[in-house]
Design a protein around this ligand. Structure first.
Ligand code: ADP
Ligand code: ASP
Ligand code: MG
Length: 412
């Protein structure tokens, strides 16, 4: 079996959905498991619904806007009277009903029950469309297959339990299911973290012992620099799992960083290809592959925070102090992307996905002098050639670190 993943950009409008049928004609879809994300920026829009719901805003209006955007796409793909119209309306009615009946004050729980509708709707539309064009597929609810704990918004997958569920499925078919979702032991919906559909595909590849996995993107493959910020990036033809996990970890957002582990465990070849050019070579990621071409890779991670903690009494930043600080960061789900310490100061580049930074600062300022520079960028060059490299932008350079072949710069 092969696993394919089509992300938000590949299903952003009716033309994009039609193009998927073309890609499948080129790539083949016998014995394929296909993972599909929410359409375009639907997840952001549904995040808005959750925010409005908790702020007592007009979340119903926002839902009807999202529903209408989906119906516009449906109108371009199906004739009036097709069952998809009712299925889409029913799904949005279910979402409204859930929010009206909900009594849970748990933001993360409500978030997962809500944003998951993006994937439910998109997979219904794509599945029906492919069936209509003669590409027969079986739609599956991934929440019956991928089991997780109840850490809403960043659920941990139970690989063994999930694997048993996948083993029950027949072979040789074309299955189509949602990315990003799972379910907890009580069958409530969970999500695997933003942009998590690449990871879903890897979980499915692991659970089905797939022969390969391909994620179809709007770029030729993995490039040596993010095309949104750098000119003339080159296509990386071959990368090892190890290099790919480092690139993704430092912020090359073309691949979700959790994707590599399940693939590496079973040595499943991993391809990143373009849905705009399905015959293109793309990028091949496998164990032990030498980086080809052997060029520096440039990564820019925005929206970071640089924290500088200094002891109040001139005592050293000892291991136990660092460990207490790291523990607190972990509890508050703050992600550290760079760390540097001297005798009495500790510098941390921190990402604040869950809006917990101020809480951290409040707690830590009891024991340390703390300076915080918000909204900085972290620039990373893997395989760097030039030590005096400067980061893009004209803000002040705040910190520089070189570890082996990786150069990192924090810039305002
Ligand atoms: P999906 O549609 O699967 O969600 P993403 O938008 O997450 O796809 O990933 C594709 C995008 O990643 C590209 O359009 C590009 O802007 C961005 N990107 C960032 N870094 C890289 C890189 N090193 N190589 C290719 N694309 C990159
Ligand atoms: N739809 C989800 C998101 O936008 C998951 C994904 O696209 O990978 O984060
Ligand atoms: Mg995405």
């Amino acid at each position: 079996m092969k696993v394919f993943k089509f992300g938000g950009a590949s299903v952003k409008d009716a033309a994009a959905v039609k193009n998927i049928a073309e890609v499948l004609k080129t790539a083949g879809c016998n014995d394929v498991f296909m993972v599909v994300s929410a359409m375009g920026k639907t997840t952001n829009a549904l995040e808005d619904v959750v925010r409005l719901y908790f702020e007592n805003g007009d979340f119903e209006l926002r839902i009807s806007e999202i529903q209408n955007a989906h119906l516009e796409i449906v109108k371009c793909l199906f004739e009036t009277g097709h069952p998809i119209y009712d299925e889409v309306l029913n799904l949005f009615a279910d979402l409204n009903l859930f929010l009206k009946k909900n009594r849970s004050p748990n933001y993360d729980f409500v978030y997962d029950q809500t944003v998951s509708f993006g994937e439910m709707v998109s997979t219904k539309i794509v599945s029906h469309y492919l069936n209509l064009t003669g590409i027969e597929n079986q739609w599956l609810d991934v929440r019956d297959l991928i089991k997780t704990d109840d850490s809403y918004r960043e659920a941990k997958v139970d690989m063994e339990l999930s694997r048993k569920n996948f083993k029950k499925l027949g072979k040789g078919k074309f299955y189509l299911t949602q990315g990003f979702l799972g379910s907890d032991p009580n069958y409530f919906t969970t999500t695997l973290g933003r942009e998590g559909s690449d990871y879903t595909a890897a979980i499915i590849a692991y659970c089905t012992d797939a022969e390969s996995m391909t994620i179809w993107k709007d770029v030729e493959g993995v490039l040596n620099a993010d095309p949104r910020y750098f000119e003339n990036p080159v296509l990386l033809k071959n990368i090892s799992y190890q290099e790919a996990i480092e690139l993704a970890y430092y912020g090359a957002s073309v691949i979700h960083p959790k994707t590599m582990k399940p693939l590496r465990q079973k040595e499943i070849p991993f391809f990143v290809k373009s849905f705009l050019n399905p015959n293109g070579e793309g990028t091949r990621i496998e164990n032990g592959l030498k980086l080809e071409p052997d060029v520096p890779c440039y990564i820019l991670k925005k929206n970071q925070n640089l924290l500088t903690l200094t002891t109040l009494d001139f005592s050293f930043i000892t291991e136990d102090k660092i460990s207490r600080i790291l523990n607190l960061l972990h509890q508050l789900k703050l992600k550290v992307n760079l760390m540097q310490n001297s005798a009495i100061t500790l510098s941390l580049c921190v990402e604040d996905k869950f809006i917990q930074l101020d809480k951290f600062i409040d707690e830590v300022s009891l024991g340390f002098k703390i300076e915080c520079e918000k909204d900085v960028s972290l620039y990373t060059v893997r395989n760097f050639e030039n030590k005096t490299e400067t980061a893009p932008g004209d803000g002040k350079e705040l910190l520089r670190q070189i570890i082996k072949n990786t150069l990192q710069i924090i810039r305002k």
